[in-house]
Design a protein around this ligand. Structure first.
Ligand code: ZN
Length: 87
């Protein structure tokens, strides 16, 4: 059922996951409190090429800042600085 190979693979996966999890929130470490929706260059770090917002588990933001960023990105989209989910 659970041979050695599969067990090894599972361990490797969990290690890789831990390494990703270690990432810290950029906004916390830079002590940024307010994010401007006009700061497109900064916001582009948090969206994919297609304009999707990168989830928290990937970019490593804390809940508080992720909430701020999604809010600001949505505002920037409405104003036209950032694309909506394209193509
Ligand atoms: Zn944070």
């Amino acid at each position: 059922m659970f041979d050695k190979q599969a067990g090894k693979k599972f361990i490797d996966k969990s290690l890789a996951f831990k390494r990703i999890k270690k990432r810290k929130c950029k906004l916390c470490s830079n002590k940024i409190k307010v994010v401007d929706y006009k700061n497109v260059e900064f916001l582009k770090n948090y969206i994919t090429e297609r304009g999707k917002i990168i989830p928290r588990r990937v970019n490593g933001n804390c809940a508080k800042h992720q909430r701020i960023i999604t809010k600001v990105i949505k505002k920037a989209r409405e104003v036209g600085f950032l694309p909506f989910q394209a193509e």
